[in-house]
Design a protein. Sequence first.
Length: 334
Amino acid sequence: MTNKPNEPSAAAGDATPAAPRPAGAPVRSPFDSPTEQFAAPSGVQTTETITPPADPLGQAAEQTGPATEQLGQIGGQATEKITPQKVGHGTERNLPRTDEELGLDLDVPLYSQVKNAIPGAADSSTAEPSSTYSFASIPPAPAAPPENNGRRRRDDRRGTLDLGLLLLRLVIGGTFIYHGLQKAFGWFHGPGFDGIKTSMEGGGWKHVDLAAPMLIAGELGGGVLVVIGLATPLAAGALLAVILDAWMWKQGMVPGFQYSAKTNSVEIDSILVGITTALILTGPGRYSIDRNRAWSTRPFLGSLAAFVAAMAAAILVYIYLHGGNPLTGIGPFK
């Protein structure tokens, strides 16, 4: 039978059996004393040349030459050749100490030799590499997908705010629709189109053929748009301009502040001006056609501009179609 390469052959022999341990002696391990001499296995031949001790004159002993130790054949295969070197009375194995003996690549440059080539390494006192040098090849993280497919994030903390805005729109729009139908068709005991023209002409309005249609369009059109919540800042601005002209007309009939006058009160008109302005500045809410518009829940510059435009339009229309000073007798106005 052929012996396997890694198995010891019968020719190598067995190790010398250890002496029996005396009774009561503690159990020892071969690793308890690393410098202890162990019996060499059979089949291993050792040849050593020992340097003679120092001469009587005290001169240092010189090494006469390395001794060679050739291990025998184990399993038909040559074992490692060990070359011990003896100096004086001690024995020291010839361990690798240089880069060539350790098998290192001598062509690899040291960090001290190439640190000037690394951006920022020459000026830095720490061992951390430059962020540009270390992470220049890392791609940026992909952008997070927009929430709700690009729509605005739903804010569930609004509570009953949208329901309150819906009720406000119904009250304001319904009131103006009611007065517009009175003036346009004579419904709800209204004067009708001819009646409103005669009334406005008697109240000092000029160009009643233009003023009456503008008044009816503002009340009916603005009221319907406010109720459904479409183009709310512009629709509410049209209603604000209409009610401001009505307020100035009643206020200018008699000198003094006519807020609670018996025959020419502007109290209801003042309330309508306030709630219409509030609707412009708060937006129509989510229960409207404008629910996906910014002014529906977060009105800002656009709604403020609509309020200013409504005020300016009301003043210009009143000056052109009626004239006079509606604030006569109020404070410093004479």
